[in-house]
Structures are given as C-alpha cells and as structure tokens.
Design a protein around this ligand. Structure first.
Ligand code: NBP
Length: 481
C-alpha cells in the first residue's frame, strides 16, 4: 500500500481534486472511477503526478495505507450511496470515507450514522470553488468525527485555498455540519448574486449606461468595501462582447436563471428552523420567476408606472452611490441571515460551530470570497455569542451610513417598476428586526379569534383568550401558542 489518500469519481471535480492532492508534497493518490477510461486518461495526461490507478474497489483498498482515506466525488444521491456501499465492503474500522460532493445535509447525517455503525468514519465535506477551486485550492467545509479529523486535517489543509496565510478549511462539526454550512454558503451566494444583479438593473435602466460602462463601475466598487470575487467577475461578464452579434454578451444571454437546488435547500431548511433568510429566499424565487416564460409572456401586458424611469443627469453619480450603499447594506443583511441559519442549525442538530472560523475559511477558494468576511470574523471574535451579526459595531455603522440611500433606492425601484426583491426584502428585514412593536400583535389577535390560539399580554404573565363568539371577555387559558 503506497497511497495516503484516494479519490473515487474522476469526472471534472474528482480529477481536479486528485491532481491538486498529487501536487502537494508527501501525497500519493489512489484513483478509481466506475468506468476505466477516465482513470486511464487522468494518469496518462499527468505522468508527473503520484497516482496509483485502481480498477476495482479491492485494488483501491489494497493501495491505501491505513487508516485508509478516500474522497468520493460523484453525483449526490444514488451514485454517492452506491460508492459508499462498495467502500464499506472493502474498508475496515478506523478507515475514513469522505463525501466531497454536494450532498443534502440530512443525507449526510443518515449516511454518517449508517457508516459509523460499521466502525468506519464518515465525513461529509462541502467543497466550494468549482472546477478551478478543486484544482488550485478550494474552500473546504468538513463535518465528521474528531477521530477522522486527525488524519484528514493535514491532508485537507495541504490542498485548501490559502487566505492571508491561513488554509481555508476547518473542522466544522460532527456528521452533517460540513454539508449544512456548505449549503448555507451557496444560499448566501444566491443572495449576493441577486443583489449585484439588481444593482446592475437599476443603474442600467435608471441611467442608460452601457454594460461596459457599468463594468467600470463594478471594477471601481471592487476597490472598496464591496471587494469580492463576485463583484470582480460581474465586471468581466458585463464587459464581454458577443462575437456573433457584437452586442454585449449580457444582452444575448437568455434571461432565465438556472439553479441546482442548494438555494432551495437553504430556504427549506430555514423555514423548518423558523429562521428568516428572506434575502436568500427572494434570490431563489427571483430565479424561479425568471424561468417561467409562459407566465412572463402573459403578464407582460400588465401596466407599469406611467412615466419612464430616468435619473436626471446631474443626479446620476449620487444615484450610483446610493445603489452601492444599498447593495452593501443588503449584503450585510444576507450574510447576517445566513449566519443566523448556521447558528439555528447548530442548535437544532447539536453541532458546535465556530462562526468566526466559518467566515475565515470563506475568504479564499469559494465563490463568496471577499475581504468583507474578515469583518465577520472580527465580529465573532469580539462577541462569539452575538445574536444578530448585523448588530456588530462595524456592520451597524455601515447600515446606519447606508440606510437613507437604501431607502431611496427601494423607493426608486418601486416607483420605476423595476423589481428589486432582494434589496427591498433585506430592508424590510432590517426594519422588522429593529422595530419596537410589530403588527404580530394583530396577527395573534386574529389567530385567537378564529382558532382560539391564545395570546400573551405585555402587562402581565400568563396566557389569555378572548371569548370572541361569547361576551368578548378575556379568560386565562392553557398555553397553546
Ligand atoms: P459528476 O457528478 O458528474 O460525477 C460523475 C462521476 O462519478 C463519473 O466519473 C462517474 O463514472 C463516477 N461514478 C462512480 Br466512481 N460511481 C458512480 C455511480 N455508481 N453512478 C454514477 N456515477 C458514478 O462529477 P462532477 O461534476 O465532477 O461532480 C462531483 C461532485 O462534486 C458532485 O456531487 C457535484 O455536485 C460536486 N460539485 C461540483 C462542482 C462543479 O463545478 N462541477 C462544484 C462543486 C461541487 P463514469 O465515468 O463511469 O460515468
């Protein structure tokens, strides 16, 4: 046995990860794929790499040093289960199976439990950064046991992206914690992308600037507090010209956004946890809305505002700065909501998750990488139990600085008939959370009226019900929520 790590599944992600592993000092990588061709291709294309090709699960197991450690990179769902079943047959107690795919965290919890019963360690590891990240250094979010981390930690640290000298990997928590955090990462990514798209739309429709001019604005923003990979690539996309039509590429791309489901998982999970991630939800729904051409075709005849939207010439710069501030404020809300979901998930599933460490491993390798994440790490370093991230001094100050602009932008969008669901829902969340009194009191009254659901009072202990269909006097009631 000569390999210290193995990879099963050699499509684009698996082969890139295997190459990344093999490029690091001290690693010898056993590689296995369902069909032989991909293994042969990989090994032939990279003669310099320390690969040990295997063509059966038995060969694969025999080529690995103990504790055997294998990373699975196949499709989530059935294929992952099939590979786990094969590995369990040839691995021994103490060995480590890592699922590096995009598994849904409840599946990871289930698999971890089943595999653990055989004595083999099971680690669900979220890997972000796409193909390039897998090859050059991803952000890695591993769950699983402390025992598995002893062997796996140094290997994953050797291949992860590095941000400010620190590897972008940390042991997130037990069983499904890693895939949970990866899921929320993707949800935040949805919100961040939608917010940028709304900013672009408002500037374009309000000022008539061309995509190339707006690319310059994003490039400029990327030198300030919004500095991030997503802002950077937005400028690149907006600058791109289509070779066939000579039009801006963004104008010839069909405006129907796809999704692979991680945004929806984030929202479904948040609903179950009772955690409002409204920015992520609006971003996910915005993609769904865009992808219903039949509905959009019939709705196109519905009226919009009477007047066309045109920011006066002398106010264009101020408007663009307002949009920048609105984007930053909404982004703070999206991240605050995402971290709130991680906190709620940790409480629900009994994980100990260091939120500051999570923000740090997202600084490199992954899609939402940004300077901004250092501020999140600072906030949790100062106050590990911070109940709402956006209330940390740095963010509270940024929101205070941006809120007037944020409101102007949401008003302008509404008056102009330009959809800005993520901007406006983020602002509503901000106003909802900071409100002294919410109309939830009226909702409680309504619930008590039709369902005798009872309510609590601001002025005394206990649970109450009004006899709505009787004399409308109030009685003390059992607490039924
Ligand atoms: P795929 O998800 O397309 O996986 C296909 C590979 O799995 C093929 O090489 C296939 O072999 C192999 N495989 C094995 Br081994 N056993 C299999 C089985 N029982 N059933 C089906 N296929 C089996 O590869 P990918 O695009 O590299 O993605 C891998 C994972 O990484 C996925 O979970 C994905 O969600 C995740 N991910 C992907 C990206 C990305 O940018 N693509 C980014 C982040 C995460 P074959 O050659 O015989 O078909």
């Amino acid at each position: 046995a000569s390999a210290n790590i193995g990879v099963v599944g050699l499509a684009v992600m698996g082969s890139n990860l295997a190459r990344n592993l093999a490029s690091r000092e001290g690693n010898t990588v056993a590689v296995l794929n369902r069909s032989r061709a991909k293994t042969d291709e990989l090994v032939a294309a990279h003669p310099e790499a320390q690969f040990v090709p295997a063509f059966s699960y038995e060969e694969f197991a025999a080529s690995l040093q103990k504790p055997r450690t294998a990373i699975i990179m196949v499709k989530a769902g059935g294929p992952t289960d099939a590979v786990i079943d094969e590995l369990v047959k040839v691995f021994e107690p103490g060995d480590i199976i890592v699922d590096g795919g995009n598994a849904y965290f409840p599946d990871t919890i289930r698999r971890e439990k089943a595999v653990r019963s055989t004595g083999i360690n099971y680690v669900g590891a979220g890997i972000s950064g796409g193909e390039e990240g897998a090859l050059l250094g991803p952000s890695i979010m591993p769950g699983g046991s402390d025992e598995s981390w002893v062997t796996l930690g140094p290997i994953l640290r050797s291949i992860a992206a590095v941000a400010e000298g620190e590897p972008c990997v940390t042991h997130i928590g037990h069983n499904g914690a890693g895939h949970f955090v990866k899921m929320v990462h993707n949800g935040i990514e949805y919100a961040d992308m939608q917010l940028i798209a709304e900013a672009y739309d408002l500037i374009r429709r309000g000022t008539g600037k061309t995509p190339a001019q707006i690319a310059d604005i994003f490039a400029e923003w990327n030198r300030g507090e919004l500095e991030s990979y997503l802002i950077e690539i937005t400028a690149e996309v907006l600058r791109q010209v289509d070779a066939t039509t000579s039009l801006p590429l963004v104008d010839v791309i069909l405006d129907q956004a796809g999704a692979k489901g991680t945004g929806a998982w984030t929202v479904q999970t948040a609903l179950a946890l009772g955690t409002p991630v409204s920015g992520i939800a609006e971003a996910t729904f915005a993609r769904s809305l865009s992808s219903h051409p039949e509905q959009r075709a019939v709705a196109a005849s519905l009226p919009g505002p009477a007047e066309a939207f045109q920011v006066p010439e002398d106010q264009v710069d101020a408007f663009i700065e307002d949009v920048r501030l609105a984007l930053y404020a909404s982004k703070i809300v999206a991240y605050s909501q995402g971290f709130d979901e991680i906190r709620a998930g940790a409480a629900e599933y009994d994980w100990t998750i260091d939120l500051g460490a999570v923000s740090k491993i997202w600084r490199g390798g992954c899609i939402i990488r940004a300077q901004f994440l250092n501020r999140i790490a600072d906030a949790y370093a100062e106050s590990p139990e911070l109940p709402v991230l956006m209330t940390a001094p740095y963010f509270a100050e940024a929101l205070a600085r941006g809120q007037a602009a944020w409101r102007r932008v949401v008003v302008a969008a509404a008056q102009a008939g330009i959809p800005a669901p993520a901007f406006s829902s983020s602002l509503s969340y901000y106003d909802g959370l900071r409100a002294d009194r919410l109309p939830a009191a009226l909702v409680q009254g309504q619930r008590d009226f039709f369902g005798a659901h009872t309510y609590k009072r601001v002025d005394k202990e206990g649970t109450f019900h009004t006899l709505w269909s009787g004399d409308r006097s109030e009685v003390e009631a059992e607490d039924t929520h």
